[in-house]
Ligand binder design. Structure first.
Ligand SMILES: Cc1cc2nc3c(=O)[nH]c(=O)nc-3n(C[C@H](O)[C@H](O)[C@H](O)COP(=O)(O)O)c2cc1C
Length: 396
């Protein structure tokens, strides 16, 4: 996208549009979405978790397995394919990043594979990414980007990384009051705490930078959660952010990698349908109250009362999380298999799936548009005129 008068920022010498597409698992942001975003000159992000579901030859239907090592092996093959395909789609434009959740047991292998496959950045959240510099060792050109939600977390990461001789190449600040998926607050009651407001976090982080001798602008801040308009994008830039991270609006684009039913659930959700609850990862999460979630929430207290540490409760056998409320019997955490529910959503099973979504309305209402239309709309404020493609077209 050639928009010379528009603001831009740089990561590792690459000039980028000030829009970052957030990583969305399971499989919601794979090569098609991340590659299309990068092609415009922005940063696209593949979510690394459990990508085998996008590859028929690696999925359970091709060869059933409950062996953790075998499932991880297939996921790494899938990640390699996805990174290479996204880079090919990007055609040298923008930046292709891989999102890795620290809470995932196999996160070291995902980071190493992403680097080996040519990912240009690793973005890590869902836990403090203190080990990221070592994991990416040997790949000095790969940008390292932590996701955090408050200034205290940023200061901890900066100090630990500085001792290892590394600083982040950018930092994503995600607001738990608005974002979709897992949220960076210890429990649902904290989500609205003012310490997460960008107007609080940006100056506090700038102060932490100054105390460590980091020049203003040296580490770009990317703020995300609820950015659904041109006005919000430019308000964030005026506050001192270098870019915004956008999730839900990209998940519902034509290029989004999930099934059309997934997009329809997110597009059609009304404010009262969007809820927060405790995930098995021990973090609050935000999703649409679809039939499975409504039913689970009715039974949540009872299930938490029956929490019991039992490896057999990992029915899939992937043991995806380092700490899982269901498998490890953590009664304050969720009591369901997050992998099974998210994969059902990816495949468009509206009855069984768990559909992560941010809290805010979508830029084009209930209409599905393309990545390019979304990015142009956010950058210019102009609403594209032509008709949206048919929802079904995205399945092609
Ligand atoms: C469907 C969905 C899945 C998500 N999965 C992940 C994930 O795997 N890792 C992650 O760091 N963030 C994840 N997120 C958060 C997004 O990357 C993004 O930061 C957030 O949704 C921004 O808020 P917005 O949706 O209001 O734009 C997810 C969000 C959604 C909507």
């Amino acid at each position: 996208m050639s928009l010379p008068s528009l603001p831009s920022f740089s990561i590792r010498g690459r000039r980028l549009l000030p829009i970052v597409q957030g990583g969305m698992g399971v499989g919601v942001s794979a090569h098609r979405l991340a590659g299309a975003v990068a092609r415009t000159g922005a940063m696209g992000t593949i979510a690394s978790i459990d990508l085998r579901h996008h590859h028929a030859d690696l999925s359970e239907t091709a060869a059933p397995s409950r062996d953790r090592d075998e499932l991880n092996r297939r996921n790494l093959i899938a990640l390699d394919r996805e990174v290479r395909a996204a880079l090919a789609l990007a055609g040298g434009n923008g930046l292709v990043a891989v999102n890795v959740m620290k809470a995932v047991e196999a996160h070291p292998a995902y980071v190493r594979q992403a680097c080996a496959s040519g990912a240009q950045a690793i973005v890590m959240g869902a836990g403090l990414p203190l080990d990221l510099p070592e994991l990416a060792d040997g790949h000095p050109d790969v940008a390292l980007i932590p996701i955090l939600s408050d200034a205290r977390g940023v200061a901890v990461v900066l100090k630990k990384w500085a001792r290892k001789g590394r600083l982040p190449d950018a930092i994503v600040i995600e607001h738990p009051r608005y974002a979709g998926g897992h949220l960076g607050a210890p429990n649902p009651a904290d989500l609205g705490n003012a310490k997460f407001d960008f107007a609080e976090v940006i100056p506090a982080v700038s102060k932490a930078f100054a105390e460590m001798g980091i020049a203003p602008g040296q580490i770009p801040l990317i703020v995300g959660g609820g950015i659904n308009s041109h006005e919000k994008l430019f308000a964030a830039l005026a506050m001192g952010a270098s870019a915004v991270q956008v999730g839900t609006p990209f998940a519902v684009t034509a290029e989004g990698d999930a099934h059309p039913n997934f997009k329809r659930v997110l597009l059609d959700a009304k404010p009262e349908d969007i809820v927060t609850f405790m995930s098995v990862a021990g973090l609050p999460a935000r999703a649409v109250k679809t039939p499975w979630l409504a039913n689970y929430l009715k039974r949540e207290a009872k299930l938490q009362g029956c929490a019991k540490a039992d490896p057999g409760r990992c029915a899939i056998g992937l043991h995806c999380l380092a700490q899982c409320g269901l498998r490890d019997g953590l009664e304050k955490a969720g009591q369901f298999c997050i992998d099974a529910q998210l994969v059902a959503a990816l495949k468009g099973d509206v009855a069984k799936g768990l559909f992560f979504r941010g809290s805010e309305s979508l830029p084009f209402g209930r209409e599905m548009r393309t990545v390019r239309e979304l990015i142009e709309h956010l950058l210019t404020g102009v609403r594209p005129e032509h008709a949206a493609p048919e929802l079904e077209a995205s399945a092609a």
